[in-house]
Ligand binder design. Structure first.
Ligand code: ZN
Ligand code: ZN
Length: 241
């Protein structure tokens, strides 16, 4: 008999809630919302209600104690907002998600099987005004356009998909707002490929990105520690049987 066991399931009355950052996407035909993660599996676009796929392409259902894949979220919205300050994450939104299916609880967050996006928080428009909807950024992946929050003035002649219409694409329970707490995207600058032409672009020296990155490292380290502790527990006969 195999000694493999599914991750333990808790059965709470209401699904736990977590917070994360993700890159918002809109399907090519404009009818589907998508989200790309910021680390492992960042090339996968997930729908507002979706199951995690293994980012290592192993054939199993996340989460598993022997694989690092699955959806991740933090317990604390503030910690997710800190992550979003990092230069490389300025194109993200803050998501409030319901944690569904099997999940593993860590000190700072959870790793889990199934996710429903309940709230999408966009930062202000790059001009500083409140964002009112989303516009195409001009980037994307196969079948999906990357989008960003924009005010109506900056959208100009481009199509602005207003937040209420955007949220309706995800279903009746999803709410989308502009959130003043979030670090806004960098102002639009002439770009050559992904190279910014602005010599004084913030964060080029990496200092303002250091603290959030350390926080992310700490979260990952904690997950690993939990795993090692479990293995140790098994070896000494004190862990789960
Ligand atoms: Zn996996
Ligand atoms: Zn604007």
């Amino acid at each position: 008999m195999s000694g493999f066991r599914r991750a333990p399931r808790e059965r709470p009355d209401r699904p736990p809630v977590g917070y994360k950052i993700a890159r918002p996407m809109l399907s090519a035909d404009g009818t589907g919302l998508g989200f790309r993660g910021v680390s492992l599996g960042g090339d996968i676009v997930y729908g507002p209600l979706d199951d995690a796929r293994c980012g290592y392409e192993r054939r199993h259902r996340p989460p598993s104690r022997w694989c690092a894949c699955g959806f991740y979220c933090l317990h604390d919205a503030g910690a997710a907002i800190e992550l979003g300050c990092a230069t490389e994450y300025r194109d993200t939104v803050l998501l409030e998600v319901a944690v569904l299916g099997a999940y593993l609880r860590h000190e700072r967050g959870m790793r889990f099987e199934r996710q429903r996006v309940r709230r999408v928080h966009f930062p202000r428009c790059a001009c500083g005004r409140a964002s009112e909807g989303v516009v195409d950024t001009g980037e994307g992946v196969l079948g999906w356009r990357a989008i960003t929050g924009s005010c109506a003035a900056c959208a100009g002649h481009r199509a602005l998909l207003r937040f209420d219409a955007y949220a309706r694409l995800a279903g009746p329970e999803t709410v989308t707002t502009c959130d003043e707490r979030l670090a806004p995207p960098a102002p639009a600058l002439p770009r050559v490929g992904s190279l910014s032409l602005d010599p004084g672009a913030p964060g080029q020296d990496g200092t303002d990105a250091l603290v959030p990155q350390l926080a992310a490292e700490a979260a990952l380290l904690q997950a690993r520690l939990d795993w090692f502790q479990l293995q140790l527990g098994k070896l000494t006969g004190q862990g789960e049987s």
